[in-house]
Design a binder for this molecule. Structure first.
Ligand code: HEM
Length: 354
């Protein structure tokens, strides 16, 4: 047993419930994070275009950005809650080791959020400064997932934690990890691609009132989405081959669950690529959601496989207290229904304004 790993706290309900909720909220976190990062990049790209339709699309996209940020952050907090309950002894330790960077995430996100509101509320008045602000936001939104990937990989390697004794100022990153860069590239390529799909989806809302805008959004968005998704055929295997050999072989056949997740994901990816290149927006969206869920489940499997020599979730002691979970689920269902209704009303009002 590594003496640097703290003892885990007891949990209030069986770990399966907590893991299921973690996978649910994390999948949603990733979906919104992808839309946020990718749409910021598309809006930035559109600043370089001088045609009226591109300008109009950039205005519409910039209105969605603060909302996407709010969803990303709130769903991230929910994921944080479940992650710390299940893997607190690993996650807290790695967060402390890179604490200076970890705490910096909060001011970085506040800056990005503020800048997005600024772009949205003063879009016309900002003029050329819009480009600068959006570029700054994009840089911040690229830095934050990089720090997350560092933490998510550092927590998997307790043997590296002794690096603290040479670097005790909270700046220990996991840069020497072979998996870090392909993992990060995998996330960022996905985010930029999904930004394209979001652009095309948003464009659909304007089909009857502004068909030119809708066609432009669909063409730009689906071109971006299909090409970047194709690029994942290169990045995905790179990530797989950066994994330690025993884990790679488990994913490639030795573990039935991991292999099933990978093959399902690949089948969905093939179907997705066909539909994306044919610019079918809704079918692509319908295929992206289960594909994302498979990838998130595979990532969770990989984490438990990495940690297996130190810890498995069934070692957690359960001290039953089911009522907080019940309250959480009720509030989640009620809150989701309310947000769905608010979004519906907001979209309806926006369409009438056009
Ligand atoms: C306060 C805001 C945020 C919180 C609390 C948060 C929380 C989390 C948590 C808890 C995880 C890990 C979940 C797990 O391992 O099961 C995670 C992963 C991730 N988050 Fe966030 N997040 C926030 C904002 C963002 C933003 C703004 C971005 C990107 C623009 C982002 C991108 C990512 C990525 C790419 C991962 C996966 C990293 C990896 O596994 O290598 N997050 N986030």
């Amino acid at each position: 047993m590594n003496p640097l790993i703290p003892l885990p706290d007891p949990i209030p309900v069986a770990w399966g419930y907590l893991l299921a909720l973690l996978l649910l909220v994390f999948s949603l976190h990733l979906l919104f994070m992808n839309c946020l990062l990718g749409t910021t990049a598309v809006t930035l790209y559109l600043q370089r275009r001088s045609d009226a339709v591109a300008n109009r699309l950039a205005t519409e996209l910039s209105r969605a950005l603060p909302l996407l940020m709010a969803f990303t952050v709130n769903l991230g907090i929910a994921a944080l809650l479940f992650l710390q309950v299940l893997y607190g002894q690993f996650f807290y330790t790695s967060s402390i080791l890179m604490g200076s960077y970890w705490l910096a995430i909060i001011p970085l996100l506040i800056l990005a959020y503020y800048a997005l509101y600024w772009v949205d509320l003063r879009y016309r008045r900002l003029g050329r400064q819009r480009w600068l602000l959006l570029a700054g936001v994009l840089a911040l939104l690229l830095a934050v997932p990089f720090l997350f990937s560092n933490n998510m990989t550092l927590m998997l390697h307790p043997q590296r934690w002794s690096g603290y004794f040479d670097q005790d100022n909270g700046t220990l990153l996991n840069l020497a990890d072979l998996t870090l860069w392909p993992r990060y590239a995998h996330f960022i390529a996905a985010a930029l691609a999904v930004g394209g799909l979001f652009t095309a989806t948003l464009g659909r809302c304007y089909r009857s009132r502004a068909p030119e805008l809708a066609a432009y959004a669909r063409n730009l968005g689906m071109t971006l989405f299909s090409r970047l998704t194709l690029l994942q055929l290169l990045i995905g295997p790179l990530f797989l081959f950066s994994l330690p050999q025993p884990l790679r072989w488990q994913i490639l056949g030795d573990s039935p669950l991991a292999t099933l997740l990978l093959t399902t994901a690949l089948a969905l990816l093939a179907a997705l690529l066909v539909n994306a290149f044919q610019q079918r927006v809704l079918t692509s969206l319908a295929l992206l959601v289960p594909l994302g869920c498979c990838m998130v489940a595979l990532r969770a499997w990989l984490r438990s496989a990495f940690l297996q020599p130190h810890f498995t979730l069934d070692q957690l002691q359960v001290v039953p207290q089911y009522s907080p979970l019940l309250v959480f689920v009720i509030v989640l269902l009620f809150g989701s229904a309310l947000i769905g209704w608010l979004l519906y009303q907001a979209t309806r009002a926006a369409r009438q304004d056009m």
